[in-house]
Design a binder for this molecule. Structure first.
Ligand SMILES: [Ca+2]
Length: 212
């Protein structure tokens, strides 16, 4: 009887430990695959490729978006400098060991100078609060003066993970509406210039619309 009950307790304890382990794992938000160590870029966000870039889709201001519109796949890079070179088509080309601030300053400068001319970074999404990596740079061929930019659904690996986001100043996008469901439905949050903590919308974004 004693032996049986201690076995039973052991099983219960073991299950609880396993459950706790599962909970801890899901909190760390392991995004995507392990390192390959060889590729310069990856189609999926991961701890080794945490700097992603994707182009938003233009629509007329206020226009309804066809549910069939999906964003192009994101490209993810090992360093912020590599991702930024890709996002700006090589205009911002800094050393791989450039600091986040150096790259950020260069991106802001490039966005100001090339607004309406070519691919610029208009916004940045983050998988963690307080603008912490992994990040998703959103590129567009212009600001929001004459069109909205959208993701009717999120790039692969980015659904239900956004925890903070910002919009670059000067691009004329004053609102970044984050929605709970694909095609702009459910609960929503406007990040404006930036929101470091999504609170009720944490890990719930499934579509985004940037507007003037
Ligand atoms: Ca998150």
């Amino acid at each position: 009887m004693n032996v049986k009950s201690s076995c039973f307790s052991f099983t219960v304890c073991f299950s609880l430990v396993a459950l706790a382990g599962c909970a801890a794992n899901s909190e760390t938000e392991t995004l995507g695959m392990e390192a390959s160590g060889v590729s310069v870029s990856s189609d999926r966000v991961s701890s080794d490729f945490p700097h992603c870039v994707v182009a938003a889709v233009p629509v007329r201001p206020g226009e309804e978006v066809s549910p069939s519109i999906a964003p192009p796949a994101a490209k993810c890079f090992h360093t912020y400098a590599e991702a930024t070179s890709f996002a700006t088509k090589g205009r911002v080309n800094l050393p791989k060991n450039a600091t986040m601030k150096e790259v950020d300053d260069a991106v802001a400068d490039d966005t100001t100078r090339n607004l309406g001319i070519q691919s610029i970074v208009i916004a940045r999404e983050y998988a963690n609060a307080n603008y912490s990596l992994p990040s998703l740079a959103v590129t567009a061929d212009a600001g929001c003066q004459n069109q909205d930019w959208v993701f009717a659904s999120m790039p692969s690996g980015w659904n239900d993970v956004i925890s903070s986001a910002l919009i670059y100043g000067g691009v004329g996008c004053f609102h970044g509406w984050h929605y709970e469901t694909n095609n702009f439905g459910g609960a929503n949050l406007d990040v404006g210039a930036g929101v470091g903590d999504f609170t009720y919308m944490n890990d719930r974004t499934s579509s985004i619309r940037w507007t003037r």
